[in-house]
Write a protein that binds this ligand. Structure first.
Ligand code: ADP
Length: 794
């Protein structure tokens, strides 16, 4: 194959992006060659062609994003190579450069993203410490978490549903196993060199100490910075200062708890976030989700949020006005990011303008809130946007429809020229018709040949001598004249001028926006906060929540409800709970489907909601501030990870026993079910003893009625059950929690409701009759703890 200069250019660039699919701009297409062409053709289902013997597959430039999305979703990394200069008439090779490396974690365009955050994570291990740095490139947010416990870091990565992991080679196998389906990028040692310098340069600081990062975190952060630079092809990545996620400030939630309490959208459908999320802005929605995943532990900060929520709740008119204003606010965080990366579209500036317009009115509304900051209002920037950008710009900068008339006299002059040229062309056409007597003569334009006069075959004999032939079609011929040529040159020059001027003006406006970056990001943070807090007030009104109070050790919930289940259940039954230093371990027995799980989950959710600063679903709630909420619930297996149901259960229990303190809330829904009854009860009993001595608050829902004997030996234990009424041969679950022990498990009744065939039910009743009935006719539910009952005595 002969290597043309173009191919040489391609190969030179490809050499540097070997691990990516290289999309190489050629005129109106992005082309892939060789191996890449085969892949692209297969994944995108497009035709494989050839160019000078090289396999080639091309996608139209205007459809790039659509195809890009498919490639990235299919797990490929894509390097986009653009033309860096306008194609000129001379045959000179155009300069081309890679302008972007696209991976699932480095997306900034709106069409690739949903309202939710899209995180990439650098994960490293050094000196016994695991460190994860999370970054949403589309918002610039950077979060750092460090831990000696690998699982806790993994839990956080899971809760954040990250889309990309960046790690050194030695960690990749472990991560692949833990995060199947997540895109993983392996990085080499270079990424970890000179970390301090890297961080200083990007944040423009002399000293990195005030970030309070350890050496490991600093290294991970600098790797992240280098990676963002590499994917976004920039020396100035748009990154906010790193925020440390430490247990000092936030309650750490393990992944089992995030899942068990259904806090955020995930595999299970209904969740707390969806119930609470009535935010008006994307920033507000992202913040609310973050609050749910990171409840506070500092009482002052919690009360501060609650105060604002209460103020909003008490002034319904103000609340509605604020929400109405917020509904005009656009995704400022992402607009700023796109402008920083020179990827803004005209629509972004319109959205920015709409957002800024809201600020003065919003400031008026919140002026009476002491703890809300007044929003800085960049009036000069808004004025510029009002003057510079069309109301509803269509097309790209350069097509003449983005910059408002009156903003630049020079641009307007060229635009006038172009607009008048239409009329001039009509005049010219009419003149030529008169001159030649050809009524059907037509003046037209096409991209390749430019302006032409078209004459049908029938009229060719009337064509004057000064007509110069340009192109022959089936039924007509096309000509030019010196006058038309002159006209064309003038129009082309004007067009080029409009293109150049408008691009430049658009760029200047973007540069001006960049100068306001700090201000805009502050505004964005404040807007998110106002949105999230006013939403919590709105929820409180909508759902009838009350403000929680806090106490040192007492937990008193009157008329508590499950915030999610109550939304999907008619006549939800309220329940009370009282726990303090003396009574802090509740054993809840009761039949299946009576509401045990709902009850213990609702206690966890009420506690969590209180600590994010939300009102809670209860008539009255007094709560301690918990350092952590632990849950062990349901039967889950992790077959991919090679762990059986019982092993998963015991893993979860081990974590709780390792970490729970006097200030923790522990919710247990069945422990020890995945093994023999004897083993199960023994383990459950021993775990209970340990948790009682630990001092934490525990709610333990169980089928092992044996555990209710704990009440006899430990004053801290109290037995609760769910009241069941029997009417004729029907059982009614009242869902009401009362003191006491379940006298029956109603397993057979529930089996019947579930549709187990009558003959099997009948047989089960016979077996009970024969083997388990006591003399008084009651079913022998409560076996003595140490008494062994053979299930099938002969
Ligand atoms: P268990 O854990 O005892 O098997 P669940 O807590 O799963 O029972 O509850 C079963 C169903 O009963 C729930 O899906 C819900 O529809 C209903 N339920 C539970 N608690 C209540 C309640 N307090 N009020 C009304 N319905 C409830």
């Amino acid at each position: 194959m002969k290597i043309t200069p173009l191919m040489e250019q391609y190969l030179r660039i490809k050499e540097r992006y070997k691990d990516s699919i290289l999309l190489f701009r050629l005129g109106d297409f992005y082309e892939a060659f060789f191996e890449d062409a085969h892949t692209v053709s297969k994944v995108l289902n497009i035709v494989l062609t050839k160019r000078q013997d090289a396999p080639m597959a091309g996608i139209p430039h205007h459809a790039l994003n659509t195809y890009l999305k498919k490639l990235v979703e299919a797990g490929y990394k894509v390097a986009i190579c653009d033309q860096m200069e306008e194609p000129s008439k001379s045959k000179k090779l155009i300069r081309r450069e890679v302008t972007r490396v696209v991976t699932p974690g480095s997306l900034v365009e709106d069409e690739f993203l949903t309202e939710t955050n899209n995180y990439m994570t650098v994960f490293i291990f050094e000196n016994g410490k695991y460190c994860a740095v999370f970054c949403d490139v589309s918002t610039g947010e950077v979060l750092v978490h460090e831990n000696t416990d690998k699982q806790e870091v993994f839990d956080l990565m899971k809760a954040y549903s990250i889309s990309e992991i960046i790690c050194p080679k030695e960690l990749v196998d472990d991560l692949r196993e833990r995060f199947p389906g997540v895109y993983i990028e392996v990085i080499d040692d270079w990424y970890f060199s000179n970390p301090e310098e890297e961080v200083k340069k990007v944040y423009g600081v002399e000293d990195v100490h005030h970030f309070e990062l350890s050496a490991v975190s600093l290294k991970a952060l600098s790797a992240l910075i280098k990676y963002v630079k590499y994917t976004m092809i920039t020396e100035n990545p748009n990154l906010k200062p790193p925020v440390l996620m430490s247990q000092k400030n936030f309650m750490l939630l393990d992944s089992a708890t995030v899942e068990n309490l259904s806090l955020v959208p995930g595999e299970k459908g209904k969740n707390l976030f969806d119930v609470l999320n009535h935010t008006e802005t994307a920033m507000g929605a992202r913040l609310l989700k973050k609050w749910i995943l990171h409840p506070l532990v500092d009482r002052n900060r919690i009360e501060e949020r609650l105060d604002i929520v209460e103020r909003f709740k008490e002034d319904r008119i103000k609340l509605d006005r604020v929400r109405e204003l917020l509904s005009n606010v656009r995704d400022l965080e992402r607009i700023v990011a796109r402008i920083e990366y020179n990827r803004a579209v005209p629509r972004d500036l319109v959205s920015l303008r709409e957002t800024l317009r809201v600020l003065p009115k919003l400031n008026e509304e919140i002026s009476t809130f002491v703890s809300l900051h007044k929003l800085v209002f960049p009036k000069d920037l808004l004025d510029l946007l009002e003057r510079a950008i069309e109301d509803d710009p269509t097309g790209n900068p350069g097509e003449g429809k983005v910059i408002r008339r009156g903003f630049s006299r020079e641009l307007d002059e060229y635009r006038d020229l172009l607009e008048h040229s239409e009329d001039k062309l009509k005049e010219f056409e009419e003149k030529e018709r008169q001159r030649t007597g050809i009524q059907k003569l037509r003046v037209g334009y096409n991209q390749v040949f430019g302006y032409y006069i078209e004459v049908t075959k029938a009229n060719l004999d009337k064509v004057p001598d000064d007509y110069e032939r340009k192109q022959t079609l089936v039924n007509s011929e096309r000509f030019v004249t010196p006058e038309l040529k002159k006209f064309e040159t003038k129009i082309m020059a004007a067009k080029e001028k409009v293109e150049e001027l408008e691009r430049e003006l658009f760029k200047n406006v973007c540069e001006e926006v960049k100068r306001h970056k700090e201000t805009l990001l502050n505004i964005s943070d404040e807007l998110a906060k106002i949105d999230a807090l006013s939403t919590l007030a709105y929820d409180a009104i909508l759902y009838g929540y009350t403000r929680p109070q806090f106490s040192e050790n007492e937990m008193k919930i009157e008329g508590g409800r499950h915030p999610v289940v109550e939304r999907f259940t008619r006549d939800f039954v309220e329940n009370d709970v009282y726990m303090n230093e003396e009574k802090r371990f509740l054993v809840i027995t009761g039949p299946n489907m009576s509401g045990k799980s709902t009850f213990i989950r609702q206690i966890g959710l009420i506690a969590l909601m209180a600590q994010i600063g939300s009102f809670v679903p209860a008539r009255r709630a007094v709560l301690p501030i918990f350092d952590r909420i632990f849950t062990r619930m349901g039967a889950r297996d992790d077959l991919a990870g090679g762990r059986s149901t019982f092993l998963v259960e015991m893993n979860e229990m081990a974590l709780i026993l390792l970490k729970a303190t006097k200030r923790s809330l522990v919710l247990l829904d069945e422990v020890g079910r995945g093994t023999s009854t004897q083993d199960g009860i023994s383990i459950a009993w021993a775990i209970s003893e340990e948790l009682i001595s630990r001092g934490c608050k525990v709610l333990f829902a169980t089928h092992f009625t044996e555990l209710t004997d704990l009440e006899k030996g430990f004053p801290q234990v109290q037995n609760k059950t769910i009241l069941v009424k029997e009417e004729k041969d029907k059982v009614i679950f009242t869902h009401k929690v009362v003191n006491g022990v379940a006298d029956k498990s109603y397993g057979i009744e529930v089996a019947k409701i579930a549709g187990i065939p009558d003959n099997v039910i009948k047989r089960a009743l016979e077996i009970i009759e024969k083997n388990f009935k006591l003399n008084d006719g009651k079913r022998r539910e409560k076996k003595k703890f140490n008494q062994q009952i053979p299930l099938f005595p002969v």
